[in-house]
Design a binder for this molecule. Structure first.
Ligand code: DAV
Length: 378
């Protein structure tokens, strides 16, 4: 057996070991205070819940397995989670909900920062137990890597106080956009909340999207938990459903970021990137006008790519514009068919979780500029 080493500081250094999710037993959860957020008004998913149709699970697993094959052929070690029977109720002293969700997107749950893998609190009630699918792997890494730090953020209570009641009642897209710009989200500041996929890692600096799934207290918790790092808050006013940063703001290599052109980072928050010679360019437009059926995510999964090293990137195979842009930027592009997996929790970045990338904890932002930094309370 290969010896495990856990270490990853960013999303672009050479990938050596990764977790790829599985679609088995994935459910569409019933609505709850936070997921009302994500099901669009006109969606065919409204009011529907329970296990996803088996043939869609099989198709998604085929594409996930195909991705695994591509990675393994390149010498990257791949591990897989152990799915639970997600079609079970979650019952805690504080809430009950009808089903869980799934374990296709490890990125949402697992935050790897150096030698640590931290399970996020998760802001959806249906995702409360999702970290358990990764437990067998964490246990193994713990046994095989004496320096691995196996961590868990404070489990949230997710009582009604964690959410603004009635937040989504008759809300229009314009109103959503107004609230995103005003930092007015369904999650309250009652307790620290974040999903791992709201955090973009750049060595010493961690940039967190303030949105529907991550609150200010969550970022303050991260800052205290990682005292050697600098935690920053960013937000993207053009996004009516701000959940997870990885279809909005994606780092390609040191010094270069693609930003979703309809969800631009505000000027004030760009200053730190400019001051440290990071270029932010518009991502190419998606190839599709609509996401696949029963999908939570937007067409901007086009930019949700998996970077294998500074010159190599996996992109969804039909996203010809995004592939062309990355090719012009000097990268070898590996097309990976993945649209059948999208409805299970996202794109190629979502579906993976870092265990080992080469490289060390760099300081990419030596010039700190006011505008984004989180400071602990008190
Ligand atoms: O654009 O729908 C998807 C991110 C999934 N982790 C979007 C965001």
């Amino acid at each position: 057996m290969s010896t495990t080493k856990v270490s990853s500081w960013n999303d672009f250094d050479p990938l050596r070991h990764v977790i790829v999710g599985r679609a088995d037993h994935t459910c569409i959860p019933p609505s709850e205070p936070a997921t009302e957020a994500k099901v669009p008004q006109d969606s065919d998913m409204r009011g529907m819940w329970g296990p996803r149709p088996l043939e869609t699970v099989e198709k998604a697993n085929e594409q996930l397995d195909f991705l695994v094959g591509i990675l393994e052929k390149r010498g990257i070690r791949v591990d897989r989670p152990t799915p639970l029977q997600w079609n079970q109720a979650t019952v805690t002293p504080d809430f009950t909900t009808g089903t869980m969700f799934g374990c296709m997107p490890p990125r949402d749950v697992l935050l790897t920062v150096g030698k640590e893998i931290l399970s996020a609190p998760m802001s959806f009630r249906c995702r409360y137990w999702e970290y358990l699918a990764y437990h067998p792997l964490m246990q193994r890494y713990f046994d095989e890597d004496p320096e691995f730090r196996w961590e868990q953020a404070p489990r949230p209570r997710l009582t009604d106080e964690a959410y603004q009641q009635g937040y989504f009642d008759e809300i229009t897209i314009d109103e959503r956009l107004r609230r995103t710009a005003a930092l007015d989200f369904v999650t309250t500041e009652h307790e620290p909340l974040f999903d791992a996929a709201d955090v973009l890692r750049f060595g010493k600096d961690l940039f967190c999207q303030h949105g529907l799934t991550t609150n200010r207290r969550g970022m303050e918790w991260l800052q205290r938990h990682f005292p050697g790092h600098r935690v920053h808050a960013v937000n993207f006013p053009g996004d009516p459903y701000p959940i997870h940063i990885d279809a909005t703001f994606v780092s390609l290599r040191p010094g270069l970021i693609i930003n979703n052109p309809v969800r631009r980072l505000p000027d004030e928050q760009r200053k730190i990137f400019a001051a440290n010679d990071w270029e932010i360019i518009d991502a190419a437009p998606p190839a599709h006008n609509e996401p696949p059926p029963l999908c939570y995510s937007s067409v901007w999964l086009s930019m949700n790519c998996l970077i294998l090293d500074h010159k190599t990137v996996c992109v969804e195979a039909s996203e010809h514009r995004q592939m062309e842009q990355l090719d012009k930027l000097g990268m070898e592009v590996i097309p990976v068919p993945f649209r059948d997996a999208y409805p299970f929790g996202g794109g190629l970045h979502c579906a993976t979780g870092d265990v080992l990338r080469e490289g060390s904890c760099e300081d990419y932002f030596p010039k700190q500029v006011p505008g984004t930094r989180i400071r602990p309370i008190g």
